[in-house]
Design a protein around this ligand. Structure first.
Ligand SMILES: *[C@@H]1O[C@H](CO)[C@@H](O)[C@H](O)[C@H]1NC(C)=O
Ligand SMILES: *[C@@H]1O[C@H](CO)[C@@H](O)[C@H](O)[C@H]1NC(C)=O
Length: 303
């Protein structure tokens, strides 16, 4: 509500207060808005024919409760008719003599925590969860409170399905998960909207104080202009000094409607374009203020 009572002189101090508030919010945000986001580099290696193919991409996002560390191993699918690893008895079809392995699990069916723990129970060194179909290659930091010391990353659906098909065809796929870069998309988003809001507020404040005096100025300028036009119009109206015998002195005629005095010889009258007449001393101030005839409202500027 106090914003509504801003006076022009208070604008600059309000702007600086807003600026200070926004800086305060920015500084306090990273703590209040939670964790930063860490991407994961996935070095995917597999063999096609005689060729070893290896691709490296920043295609994963570490889970919020995952340790940030490098982990590698052969990629293993859950056994059974689905890939969600929600069944606590889920087995993983890992090859013989595997030291370290990573579970590739689809999102959905149960919580991230649940499926990560199912894989960890079976000895997985890391869990890669791929997003829902239709999400392209989008991934986000999962929340999986209560998982043990197991690395968990999310990858996009397309990448996940690609790996799934390779492994289902019997291709031996290994992945090295490396800690990528720190990002703060949520923060950025928040900051962007905050800045948009603040910019809009400050801009409207500035526009407000820039426009108000100008509007005020232009309205007074216009009033002065009108006053000058009225003065000019008054000056062009006919004046007459009354003398004996003038019909205006007829006792049956009206008195001056402004001062209610009857007209006497030597009185100076002003005759308007509508033919109504009044004492000059009476009608001139009235016309300056109203610019219309007090009798018939005819506008002296329009005639
Ligand atoms: C990916 O991993 C393979 C096998 O460990 C390795 O030979 C290759 O250099 C790695 N690629 C990159 C870009 O790190
Ligand atoms: C996993 O393997 C064990 C032992 O072979 C078996 O008893 C269990 O039913 C399997 N779990 C599922 C979900 O098939």
């Amino acid at each position: 509500m106090s914003l509504l009572r801003i006076t022009p002189s208070a604008h600059s101090s309000v702007s600086s207060r807003l600026l200070r508030l926004s800086i305060f919010l920015l500084l306090s945000l990273p703590n209040s808005k939670g964790k930063a986001i860490w991407t994961a580099y996935l070095n995917i290696t597999f063999q096609v024919g005689n060729r070893i193919i290896s691709e490296l991409g920043e295609s994963g996002v570490f889970g919020n409760h995952s340790p940030l560390k490098r982990v590698s191993g052969v990629v293993v699918l859950p056994e059974g008719w689905n890939q969600n690893a929600c069944n606590p008895m889920t087995n993983f079809s890992k090859p013989e003599q595997t030291d370290s392995w990573l579970a590739l699990i689809e999102r959905g069916g149960c919580t991230f925590t649940h499926k990560i723990n199912v894989a960890a129970e079976k000895g997985a060194d890391g869990v890669i969860i791929y997003n829902y179909p239709g999400m392209g290659n989008r991934a986000f930091p999962m929340s999986h409170q209560g998982t043990k010391n197991v690395v968990a990353v999310m990858i996009g659906n397309l990448k996940g399905i690609e790996l799934l098909y390779l492994i289902q065809k019997g291709v031996y796929v290994t992945i090295i998960i490396e800690v990528g870069r720190i990002h703060a998309p949520c923060l950025n988003h928040y900051v962007t909207s905050l800045f948009t809001f603040l910019t809009a507020t400050v801009t409207s404040l500035l526009l407000c104080c820039a426009c108000r005096p100008r509007a005020h100025n232009s309205s007074t300028r216009r009033q002065r202009q009108i006053k000058a036009e009225v003065k000019k119009a008054i000056g062009e109206l006919q004046l007459q000094v009354l003398k004996e015998g003038d019909k205006e002195l007829d006792p049956n005629e009206d008195s001056c409607v402004v001062c209610f005095d009857i007209y006497k010889p030597q009185d100076v009258i002003r005759i308007l374009t509508c033919k109504h007449f009044f004492h000059k001393a009476c009608i001139d101030p009235w016309l300056l203020a109203h610019s219309t005839c007090p009798m018939c409202k005819c506008d002296i500027l329009k005639t």
